[in-house]
Design a binder for this molecule. Structure first.
Ligand SMILES: CC(C)C(=O)C(=O)O
Length: 509
């Protein structure tokens, strides 16, 4: 069960709009193909009610509404009402799984709490809802007084509950403890279905999920990108690959959509995932050491079952001071560039020098490094000769540019919403007169080194949607608008080089 849209939204600072929730629900159920999704907590807001209603409407048309669940509370029927009005069919009812919570927060005995829970279950079922039951703080409750937990489950065993959900609410369990506790619950109540709901406070969420499955849990919970309260939940991607590869599980998950749904969640949540996040991180299929690239060239010696192709991703070879001949060769192959042995040696030497001075080098930078080292004019089609950009409060920004394209010089002006927009408008007008267009921009990222210096260099990376796929270029400058302009000029040179190479190929064909 994926709970990105409920527990995931309990990540500090995350709030999904209804349309974003709908898109994520579609991606999770139809593309990634998880079995169940939990999409909201009842009574949170009118926006949440609208999100649930939209998801249910969509899911109902596809016969998936029973797989959409909503967290609700023992609140005299208010949650049941809310869920029913939104069209929901499944209530995940939050009960107290620890005696401490039951007494300390509710001030109730187990019997009194069970009576309240049962009344809510009866009401929900009488209105046509299916009910699962969360035993909140189960991990501590089971450790402190297992008899309380057994008593709660025993008293409700005949209540028609689909899944008893056992949360490690504070993420305090180890895999051994999860295994022992769930084996015990499953052994004691063989007729019931237990879910395990992890948290990652000790970094053990994925390992705990595997232990729960080995112990006989009927279902496990996770979130995309490990979002969730405090340190988060367990990552869907990690859980899926571990269940398949380590426990030989048969899952319906389509792994080729894991990276895409991770990107969607990253963009809707505003929470960037780290570059080394397993399966979905930007760098996890990049070989950095030259020895690894060499091993790959000699027969995939450094590959595991986690191949990039399995996740519709691509292997990359980093360029920097650790790069070797094979790393360069792999990058040249990707760019379709041929270089003599001698030139490869010179280019590699320059890459190592750049890496030594802490410069980041990407595959897209390689043509420019080659041009510089070999003193060729190959990537020198466009040059910004001068440029002025103004920014003002409450007025449009203006840009005036003088640019060389091939051996002709053009001038132009543009206005826009910010300096970079004004620049691209000025450039776009000049290019249009030459029958050229700027490709659409699909991502724009500016970074400054940590440390708070306002005179630091900024690095701008722009991803463009070109006819040959995505192209990411970078520019570096003390002024972030000029860093973005630098990235744009790189893109322009690459595009013009490609166009020239294609027209040469066509004319010799
Ligand atoms: C709301 C509850 C079920 C929860 O997320 C937890 O206990 O971890």
């Amino acid at each position: 069960m994926d709970t990105t849209l409920r527990d995931g939204e309990q990540t500090q600072g995350v709030s999904f709009a209804p349309a974003e929730k709908l898109n994520l629900a579609k991606a999770l159920l139809e593309q990634v193909r998880v079995d169940r999704i939990e999409v909201a907590s009842a009574r949170v807001s009118s926006g949440e009610a609208s999100a649930v209603a939209q998801i249910i409407d969509w899911a109902r048309e596809r016969g998936l509404a029973e797989r959409v669940e909503v967290l609700g509370f023992v609140d005299g029927g208010a949650s049941v009402d809310w869920i029913r009005r939104a069209g929901g069919q499944v209530l995940n009812l939050l009960a107290k799984g620890s005696e401490k919570h039951c007494q300390g927060q509710l001030g109730k005995t187990l019997d009194a709490h069970v009576a309240d829970v049962r009344a809510t279950i009866d009401l929900a079922q009488s209105q046509g809802l299916s009910v699962n039951l969360y035993l909140e703080d189960w991990s501590n409750g089971y450790r402190d007084n297992p008899d309380y937990v057994y008593g709660l489950v025993e008293r409700l065993a005949d209540a028609g509950i689909g899944h008893f959900m056992l949360p490690d609410t504070l993420g305090v369990m180890t895999p051994d403890q999860v295994f022992t506790a769930i084996s015990d619950m499953v052994g004691r109540f063989p007729a019931l279905q237990f879910d395990f709901h992890p948290h990652n406070d000790y970094g053990l969420a994925t390992a705990n999920v595997l232990a729960a499955v080995r112990a006989g849990a009927a279902a496990v919970h996770c979130t995309v990108n490990c979002l969730g309260e405090r340190a988060g939940n367990a990552s869907l991607a990690e859980v899926a690959v571990n269940l398949r590869d380590q426990l030989d599980g048969e899952l319906g998950i389509d792994e080729t959509h894991l990276a895409r749904v991770s990107e969607l969640v990253e963009s809707f949540s505003g929470k960037r995932i780290s570059d080394n996040a397993p399966i979905v991180g930007a760098d996890v299929f990049t070989q950095t050491a030259g020895i690894h690239a060499d091993g790959d060239k000699k027969g995939s010696l450094y590959h595991s079952r986690l191949s990039p192709e399995r996740f519709a991703r691509r292997r990359k070879y980093a360029l920097g001071k650790l790069a070797g001949k094979a790393s360069l060769a792999k990058n040249l192959e990707r760019l379709d560039i041929e270089l003599s042995e001698e030139n490869q040696r010179k280019v590699l030497q320059r890459i190592v020098e750049l890496g030594d001075s802490k410069k980041t080098i990407t595959t897209e930078d390689l043509p420019f490094i080659i041009a510089e080292v070999l003193e060729s004019k190959d990537y020198d089609h466009a040059e910004l000769l001068s440029c002025t950009v103004s920014s003002s409060l409450d007025l449009e920004s203006m840009a005036g540019i003088k640019i060389r394209l091939g051996d002709q010089v053009f001038t132009g002006t543009g206005a826009g919403n910010g300096g970079f927009d004004a620049f691209t408008n000025a450039l776009g007008r000049i290019l249009k007169r030459q029958g050229l267009t700027l490709p659409p921009l699909i991502d724009y990222e500016v970074r400054i080194p940590r440390g708070g210096r306002t005179d630091a260099l900024t690095e701008c990376s722009i991803t463009w949607q070109t006819e040959r796929g995505e192209l990411r270029t970078r520019g570096v400058h003390a002024n972030q608008v000029f860093a973005a302009i630098g990235a744009t000029m790189r893109m322009l040179n690459i595009q013009m080089h490609r166009a020239l190479a294609e027209s040469r190929r066509d004319s010799t064909a």
